[in-house]
Design a protein around this ligand. Sequence first.
Ligand code: GLN
Length: 534
Amino acid sequence: MKYIFVTGGVISSLGKGLTAASIGTLLENRGLKVTLAKFDPYLNVDPGTMNPFQHGEVYVTDDGAETDLDLGHYERFTHAKLSRLNNLTSGQVYARIIEKERRGDYLGKTVQVIPHVTNEIKERIREVGKKSGVDVVIIEIGGTIGDIEGLPFLEAIRQFALEAGPQSSLFIHVTLVPFIRVAGEIKTKPTQQSVAKLREIGIMPQILICRSEKALGKEVRQKISMFCNVQVECVIEELDVAHSIYEVPIDLRREKVDELVCRYLGLDAPAKPLTDWEKMLQRMISPSRKVQIAVVGKYIQLIDAYKSMYEALKHAGAALDCAVEITRVDAEHIEKDGAEKYLKGVAGILVPGGFGNRGIEGKILAARYARENKIPYLGLCLGMQIAVIEFARNVCGLTGANSTEFDQKSPHPVICLLEEQKGVEVKGGTMRLGAQPCKLVAGTKSRELYGAEEISERHRHRYEFNNGYRDQLMKSGMIVAGRYSKYDLVELIELRDHPWFIACQFHPEFLSKPSKAHPLFRGFIEAALKHKPS
Ligand code: GLN
């Protein structure tokens, strides 16, 4: 088994996760099996309790781990099946060590960063490899070289590579080569210093991936090569993409990254054309139609907060030869000015997941606008709960209907906690999480879109559809299209007197792939195109 360690230099937000994922795409294209993992040096056990403004989306794996959004890129760019093993944080490492120490496992020794913390990290690297049984394990270290909290991780990968022996591991450093406009020059010093810092702790990166807005040119490449002690052909240029993040694998391949990786790791895996990927990209960047979709949410300023959802919309667009133009609407603005001002003329309305009171009434107004004006509506998780509240209030006449998340004294708690959630006090890792089966009802739109009776989708929520109101809502025209039969939980709803109104309790966006759009997203865009042909 071979290991690639990807580190980042100079600044954050360089697209290290996308770069790691793209290397995965290229290696898979050569017939190699890969898996990817992210090691995050922060002290939270997982990002599940963090504010989306701090951290962006929380990505959920099949086994119900709440993880970093880079795992979303990994699953979208490769066939790797990720689990809770694939996202390690300092919080997890320390929690484990303290548990062992209290148990007396260290037999009287002083517990220290080296070797105890580093051993835990190395153990996880081996575990990821062993459990996945792949040819290449790609591990991305979160944060930037120079961060104090990242040091134990760097020390661990240094030791790991030493112990694994020659040709077993490879260090790739993703760095920034800025263009200074006033000087009209590309500057290599930040990269030199970042690599110097890595070398100080004993890591010699063999490949440098230089993020830049301008082409590097031969001289700059030679300079970086000389000062950073890296072969000149291993100084890779990764320019800002022109249209789509799905260009990154193609750009890296042009720079022969996959060839270099195979050479360094002694992998005999011949190159093949990237035809399918290129076709998908072509459909994505030069579609012949377009459609306007409004996303009504609370974390609307931050693209990362709904990362997978935006990607899933793009995938659906690509499948239908259609550019999905997104109007991001702050739910609180709808509360102030009404829905019409922001939603008039759009071809589809999407309400994504979310937590807490803020913006709820605005989202309810958006769902009402979609229902009354027969505009295609897709509700994800909270977006389904909102649709149920709206229908209960305005169609069934249940005044004050609400979720007990927002109003504990609601006379009609159409969304509420199940008994087993009522006593839960610990916030981390205690929601309904991960993949669960759902049975679709014959004759529904959902059943037709999925083309299957039994599906599996990922969850991340605490509140549920209240079955006490099911008959009443159904009598008024709500269709329960999918259920988790074992616990009789409502997972999917549709509206009878509406051309396309589907809302689900799960998060379909986590299963959408660039070359395989998710059926619900695809159906939604198709309906939007029909509603308002461009
Ligand atoms: N806040 C809601 C719940 O906990 C919805 C969660 C979500 O949209 N992910 O049930």
